[in-house]
Design a protein around this ligand. Structure first.
Ligand SMILES: Cc1ncc(C[n+]2csc(CCOP(=O)(O)OP(=O)(O)O)c2C)c(N)n1
Ligand SMILES: CC(=O)[C@@H](O)[C@H](O)COP(=O)(O)O
Ligand SMILES: [Mg+2]
Length: 637
């Protein structure tokens, strides 16, 4: 450890923290901040959000009796200071690495993480569930949820507040308002919070304590309470939360421990009903390079602490994200009906380029995937050509919108599904594992997966011109494989794959980003005398029946290979072969998919190795089958 942290060195758990005097807490917070910066400089990860909640984390653990009192972080990307204070400091430099600490809160990791997260806006619902469970069990602990202003743009937060505001259960929601999401925040709610935060000076804790004394424990008369509510609303602007049934407190300077601690101490005494504490913080606080950066160092590579310079590896090929973003801009120049939609991820999805080129045609709807999809449905219904660019994992949020609002009505929404397959350091919560399985069962959907970055150009072009059905195309995180890029994009024939290499004994049928591994596996098999065909299915739906049939009938072994879960492409191929009668003729067929479990974070290569989806594993599976074994050791069933 390089940071000088004499006080922090005495704090292994919140119990130690609670033995400190209040006047020692700022020093502790300063040391904690230095430790976070130092650790993340060595691991990379989410930095700005954690730096912004150093004082808040310190204050919460000081005031609340964690882990008996339950602390639930929304998303969990800001939880590194929390991990350091809750017995995990000795492993903090293993963050996001194989066998190391998760980058998010995780139940299996610590009793101080009562609810796992990584997707936004789950905290209030989970906290309310815990509060109600506590009441039913007649226990007496406190439940605290911390949610960011960006995550407050998600519908689930309001569904939860609507439910909580109607109940008498103790629940504290801390709104951590740093006026930032991943990108600058958007929407009317964000504007409202900005107005509240700037509407007057931060509420002093003395003033606040007086308010509390007036309201608790003796309930005010209904009319008097109403009057007080509106009076406070005019001063602080928190009326909206009050209308939802929350007792609103704030805004409070979230970096001022002298304010935070007494306010939280008072809030801790409130035993009836939900309270919302609005704290204002600065993302990246205390590290000038983060404070000054446009993205506030939301997510960083390893970096040099003194210069702030990140060690970003120079790619050998363009990233899939940038290939998609560039091609969409080209398509948009040709057809002004093309519009783009992102749910708070303009840079991550590559739509930032489109947004810059066509600001009036690009919509950041906030962290609202469900709305994004139905909104795209509305655009499509009126004849526009919407591209909903959403990470595979976040589309999970929007499943009914895809089914009910798009597929069932056969509206030609284009889904650009980035981060398909394993993503590395973000681990299981962010793996794009399931989209082929959950989209492929829907009538009307057309599904494509890009085998390389040139294919992604063609698929973006194809999606832009195809309007018979909703169409989704998936592509991996990170850089492409380095293939030559096409000068002119092609319109791909719907439901037709291609053969890249012809052989006679083994057929490898790839769907998506494992294509290059299949080509390498074919070389390995060739060296063993097993002549191998490699085909790229391009489409999971409609499936290329002629291609599948010919691969099945002209080879002794057929492997399907995909970066997706069971129940996806391989299952569709097997289903077709079974219906077609081809399976009755002695073909040896295996479906290579991600394993049927959630894989912890590691480098992507290691994760694919563990999933047995590298060239070596593919070749070994085929060779073993060819030699007559029924399955491959380790269990590709
Ligand atoms: C459902 C979902 N959509 C998108 C994301 C990606 N994402 C992670 S953090 C984040 C911004 C969160 O902003 P906020 O809650 O204000 O936290 P801050 O980083 O500002 O502390 C987004 C969009 C996600 N984790 N979950
Ligand atoms: C916490 C979160 O959901 C995002 O910050 C995510 O980690 C970004 O992932 P990418 O780095 O793949 O864009
Ligand atoms: Mg924020």
């Amino acid at each position: 450890m390089t940071a000088d942290t004499p006080l922090l060195d005495t704090v292994a758990t919140p119990d130690d923290l609670r033995k400190l005097k209040p006047e020692q807490l700022q020093q502790l917070a300063d040391e904690l901040r230095a430790e976070v910066i130092d650790a993340v400089s060595a691991t990379g990860g989410h930095l700005g959000s954690g730096l912004g909640v150093v004082e808040l984390t310190t204050a919460i653990h000081y005031v609340f009796n964690t882990p008996d009192d339950k602390l639930i972080w929304d998303v969990g990307h800001q939880c590194y200071p929390h991990k350091i204070l809750t017995g995990r400091r000795d492993r903090i430099r293993t963050l996001r690495q194989k066998d190391g600490l998760s980058g998010f809160t995780k139940r299996s990791e610590s009793e101080y993480d009562p609810f796992g997260a990584a997707h936004a806006a789950t905290s209030i619902s989970a906290a309310l569930g815990m509060a109600v469970a506590r009441d039913l069990k007649k226990e007496d602990n406190r439940i605290v949820a911390v949610i960011g202003d960006g995550s407050m743009s998600a519908g689930m937060a309001y569904e939860a507040m609507n439910n909580a505001g109607d109940r008498a259960s103790q629940l504290t929601v801390i709104l951590n308002d740093n006026d930032m999401s991943i990108a600058p925040p958007v929407g009317a709610m964000s504007a409202y919070l900005a107005r509240v935060a700037s509407s007057g000076s931060y509420i002093g804790f003395r003033n606040f304590a007086k308010q509390l004394a007036r309201r608790f424990p003796k309930q005010l008369e209904k009319v008097a309470a109403k009057a007080e509510e509106y009076g406070r609303g005019m001063v602080t602007g928190g009326t909206m939360f009050e209308e939802l049934g929350f007792y609103y407190v704030g805004p409070i300077d979230g970096h001022n421990l002298d304010h935070l601690i007494p306010v939280l101490e008072n809030v801790r005494e409130i035993k009836d009903g939900p309270v919302l504490v609005h704290v204002v913080t600065q993302k990246g606080k205390g590290y000038e390079f983060a404070e000054n950066a446009g993205d506030k160092y939301h997510g960083v590579a390893k970096f040099d602490v003194v210069s702030g310079k990140q060690h970003k590896a120079k790619g050998n090929a363009p990233s899939y994200t940038s290939v998609f973003g560039d091609q969409l801009v080209k398509e948009a120049a040709r057809d002004e009906r093309i519009v783009g939609i992102t749910a708070a991820m303009p840079a991550g999805t590559g739509l930032d380029k489109f947004m810059k080129a066509y600001p009036a045609r690009c919509f950041d709807v906030g962290i609202a995937e469900q709305h994004a999809v139905t909104f795209a449905g509305g655009l499509a219904a009126e004849g526009l050509i919407p591209f909903a660019a959403i990470y595979s994992t976040f589309l999970q949020r929007a499943y009914d919108s895809v089914v009910h609002d798009v597929a069932l009505q056969n509206l030609p929404v284009r889904f650009a599904l980035d981060r398909a397959g394993l993503v590395g350091a973000d681990g299981a919560t962010h793996a794009g594992a399931f989209d082929t399985a959950f989209l492929g069962c829907l009538p009307n959907m057309v599904l494509m997966a890009a085998g390389d970055e040139a294919e992604l150009v063609h698929m973006t072009h194809t999606a832009a011109r195809y309007d018979e059905h909703p169409i989704a195309f998936r592509f991996p995180r990170g850089e492409g494989v380095g293939v030559e890029m096409p000068e002119t994009p092609k319109f791909l024939e719907i439901g037709k794959g291609r053969v890249l290499k012809e052989g006679t004994k083994v057929a490898l049928l790839s769907y998506g980003g494992r294509l290059n591994e299949c080509l390498k596996a074919a070389e390995m098999l060739g060296a063993k005398g097993l002549s191998t065909t490699v085909a790229d299915a391009r489409f999971a739906k409609p499936l290329d029946h002629d291609l599948v049939r010919s691969l099945a009938s002209e080879h002794e072994v057929l492997l399907t290979v995909e970066e997706g879960s069971e129940g996806g492409f391989g299952a569709f191929v097997l289903h077709f072969l079974a219906k077609d009668g081809t399976l009755d003729q002695g073909l040896k067929v295996r479906t290579l998919t991600l394993p049927d479990r959630y894989q912890d974070q590691a480098g992507p290569r290691d994760m694919y190795d563990e999933a047995r989806l590298t060239a070596e594993h593919i070749a070994s599976c085929a060779a073993t089958l060819f030699e007559g074994a029924a399955s491959v050791a380790g269990g590709v069933a």
